[in-house]
Design a protein around this ligand. Sequence first.
Ligand code: KG4
Ligand code: ZN
Length: 332
Amino acid sequence: MIILGIETSCDETAAAVVVNGDTILSSIVTSQIAVHHPYGGVVPELASRKHIEAIVPVVNEAIRASGMEIKQLNAIAATQGPGLIGSLLVGFSYAKAYAYALDIPWTGVNHLEGHINSVFLEPDPPPFPFVALLASGGHTSIYLVRSHTLLQPMGQTLDDAAGEAFDKVAKMLGFGYPGGGVIDRLAQAGDPEKIAFPRTYLNKSNFDFSFSGIKTAVNRYIQTHPNEYKVQIPDIAAGFQEAVVEVLSYKVVHAAMEAGCDHIAIVGGVAANNRLREKVRQEADSHGFSVHIPSTPLCGDNAAMIAAAGYHQLRQGKISNRSDDVYSRMRL
Ligand code: KG4
Ligand code: ZN
């Protein structure tokens, strides 16, 4: 089954052509970072407008790069939620109209299920059930993944998402949006043990997270060291990153132990973090667990993961209809 995937839930306009939920023929992602960078975060109204400008060329380019003819597409999958309503509406409405014009089925995909399915676009995907950490700019949760479309929540953040904490700390240190990649690079030149930041909930016996305290702790450090902090930026970045990574990796490995699973997946934008990738692999190795992390382009938002999740939904007969709408919050 050849599926056109469309993703516009936040600030990336993306389209992809994927065969049978595991083989990418093309994946085009255009980012709006330059538009939102001066504002230190995504401006929803600007995001919607940029999606409207980009959706037609991005979808056309994905089809062209796939080497397929439009008439060879068997179905369309588009993100239905969660995300920014105005942004979601652009991709979802476009998918709806495109599917009706071609007279092919289409399905609305939960963005989080899309991230989970990104591991199936790589060789050697995990067998079910496995435990997945989804860490992005909007979500941080651990799931017991029973099938492509059945995710059982084991824990989640009670306040900020991990990616949001990276973005906010980068902003405090004088870097723009998004901040995850910047912190990752700065931390490589820093000493993670020079400045200790709190590991919230590390010792709690559940799989919930809290990242607002560490963000406040970094802010307090900056306020109380107004002159010194500027030369300590790599150490602050490394200390902050180490604290977040330690909690994420500890919790996901312990969740796998509790669930009796020996396969762990790490997905979402924060899965691109070099230290997280290394630390989870170290921790998992010491317990004999296998770790599955998508290549960096598939960690961040993309449409190939939406096409992959859509493939499994369509196989189960979940076909959307004309009255279906988008949701800023969407249950799994
Ligand atoms: O999955 P994603 O592209 O979009 C959402 O669904 O939110 O994740 C974006 C988030 C941003 O907060 C960004 O700062 C973070 O992922 N991120 C990283 C890295 N690359 C992106 N965080 C830490 N280290 C990175 N290398
Ligand atoms: Zn995402």
